[in-house]
Write a protein that binds this ligand. Structure first.
Ligand code: HEC
Ligand code: HEC
Length: 348
C-alpha cells in the first residue's frame, strides 16, 4: 500500500515537472467562452476575427497592468482604470498620467466594451483594438510610442513566451499586442448588479418600493438617451452642460469636424455609476445629487442642445425632491459587486 503511494507521488511529480516545462507551457491555449447576458443586446465586437483565448486573455491582462507601456515605466492602463471603481480613476476630475501631467477629460469606466460602437467621450475610434494607441501616445497619459513598447516587450522572455502561445504566428507585433489587450477588455462584462437580477428574475433581484418608483421615473425621464440594459444609446448628444471656457472642449466636433456636433459627448453608460464619481466628460460634478440638480435646474440652451431637453422652451428635466430620492435609489441598483471583485480582472 505504502509503496503504491510513493509510486503515485513520484509519477505525479514527474508529470508535474513535465507540465511546467517550456514546451508544455507553449502548448496550452484554449478558447475562452464569451457569453452574452440574456438581458443584453448582441455583441458588436467581432469575436470571430479575435476570439478570446486563455493565454491571449492572460497576456492582455499582463499588458493592461504593465507600466512599461508608458515612457517612465510607471503608468499602466490600470493606473487610471482601477477595478474597485469600475475601472475609473476615482477622485480625479481629470486623468493625470506621465510626470503628473493632467489631461482634460474624466476617465470613463471600462465595462461591456464588446457591446459598444464608439470609444472615448468624442468617439475618437470605433474599434476597440485601435483604442490603446490613444493613451499610449498621448503626451499627458503614457507619453510613449507603440514601437518603443514593442521593443521593450520583444526583449522580455516572458512576453515572448506568452505571445508565442497566444497567437498562431507567435509574433510580438502590433497586431497581436492590440488583439491581446482587446481580448482582456472584451471579457470585462458587468451584468450581475441587482438591476440585472431584477430583469432576469433571479435570486437577489427584488426591488424595494423606492427602487421600483425610481425605475419608473428613470424610464420616463432618462431612458431616451440612457437606453437599454447598457444604459446608453451610444449616440453623441449635448445634455446642456455650460461649456467650460478654460478647457474649450468641443467634443464630437473634434472628430467629425462638423459644427453641428459642437459640445456633443457620448452618452455614458450608467452601470456602476454610484462608484464612478466624478461625473461628466470633465468630471465637474462630485456627486449624483449634483447631477440630478443639474438636470432639473441648470441645463443650458445652445444651438446643439438635445431637443429632448428643450420642450417648448422648458429647459432640462423637471424632477421633484421625491423623484430625485427614488432615482438615486434606482441608480444604486446598477452597482455590480461581482464585477469589481472579479479576480479574473484584478491586478495580481
Ligand atoms: C492617464 C490616465 C489613463 C491611462 C494611463 C489610460 N487611460 Fe484609458 N481613458 C482615460 C481617459 C481620460 C479616457 C477618456 C478619453 C477621451 O474621452 O478622450 C479613457 C478612455 C478609455 C476607453 C474608452 C471607454 C469608453 O467607454 O469609451 C478605453 C477602452 C480605455 N480608456 C482603455 C485604456 C487602455 C487599454 C489603456 C492602456 C493602454 C488606457 N486606457 C490607459 C484615461 C487613461
Ligand atoms: C438628451 C439625452 C439625455 C437625457 C434625457 C439624460 N441624459 Fe444623462 N447624460 C447624457 C449625456 C450626453 C451625458 C454626458 C455629458 C457630458 O459629459 O458632456 C450624460 C451624463 C450623465 C451622467 C454622468 C455619468 C458619468 O459617468 O459621468 C449621469 C449620472 C446621468 N447622465 C444621469 C442621467 C439621469 C439620472 C437622467 C434622467 C433624469 C439623464 N441622465 C437624462 C445624456 C442624457
Amino acid at each position: 500500500m505504502q509503496k503504491t503511494n510513493i509510486l503515485a507521488i513520484l509519477i505525479t511529480l514527474v508529470l508535474w515537472s513535465c507540465n511546467s516545462s517550456d514546451d508544455e507551457y507553449t502548448a496550452i491555449n484554449e478558447p475562452l467562452e464569451f457569453s452574452v447576458p440574456s438581458n443584453f443586446p448582441e455583441a458588436i465586437y467581432d469575436l470571430e476575427s479575435n476570439p478570446p483565448t486563455t493565454i491571449g486573455f492572460e497576456l492582455g491582462k499582463k499588458l493592461f497592468y504593465d507600466g512599461r507601456l508608458s515612457s517612465n515605466g510607471f503608468i499602466s492602463c490600470g493606473f487610471c482604470h482601477e477595478q474597485k471603481t469600475a475601472f475609473t480613476h476615482h477622485g480625479h476630475q481629470f486623468s493625470h498620467g506621465i510626470d503628473d501631467l493632467e489631461g482634460v477629460r474624466n476617465t470613463p469606466a471600462i465595462q461591456n466594451t464588446a457591446f459598444m460602437k464608439e470609444f472615448a467621450w468624442d468617439g475618437a475610434t470605433n474599434h476597440l483594438d485601435l483604442f490603446p494607441i490613444i493613451p499610449i501616445t498621448n503626451e499627458v497619459e503614457m507619453g510613449e510610442t507603440v514601437s518603443n513598447v514593442l521593443s521593450k516587450l520583444k526583449s522580455d522572455e516572458e512576453y515572448q513566451k506568452l505571445f508565442a502561445s497566444a497567437f498562431e504566428d507567435g509574433e510580438v507585433n502590433n497586431e497581436n499586442f492590440f488583439k491581446a489587450l482587446a481580448q482582456f477588455m472584451v471579457m470585462m462584462v458587468s451584468a450581475d448588479s441587482k438591476y440585472d437580477k431584477y430583469m432576469r428574475q433571479e435570486d437577489g433581484g427584488t426591488f424595494t418600493d423606492e427602487e421600483k418608483e425610481g425605475f419608473a421615473v428613470f424610464t420616463n425621464k432618462c431612458a431616451s438617451c440612457h437606453t437599454s440594459d447598457l444604459f446608453t444609446d451610444d449616440a453623441f448628444r449635448n445634455n446642456g452642460l455650460a461649456p467650460n471656457p478654460s478647457l474649450n472642449d468641443i467634443g464630437r466636433e473634434e472628430v467629425s469636424g462638423d459644427a453641428a456636433d459642437r459640445h456633443k459627448f457620448k452618452v455614458p453608460s450608467l452601470r456602476n455609476v454610484e462608484l464612478t464619481a466624478p461625473y461628466m466628460h470633465d468630471g465637474r460634478f462630485g456627486s449624483l445629487e449634483a447631477v440630478l440638480d443639474f438636470y432639473s435646474n441648470s441645463v443650458t440652451d445652445s444651438p446643439t442642445l438635445d431637443p429632448i431637453l428643450n420642450q417648448d422652451g422648458e429647459l432640462g428635466i423637471a424632477l421633484t425632491e421625491n423623484e430625485k430620492t427614488t432615482l438615486l435609489a434606482f441608480l444604486g441598483t446598477l452597482t455590480d459587486e461581482t464585477y469589481i471583485n472579479d479576480e479574473r480582472f484584478a491586478e495580481y
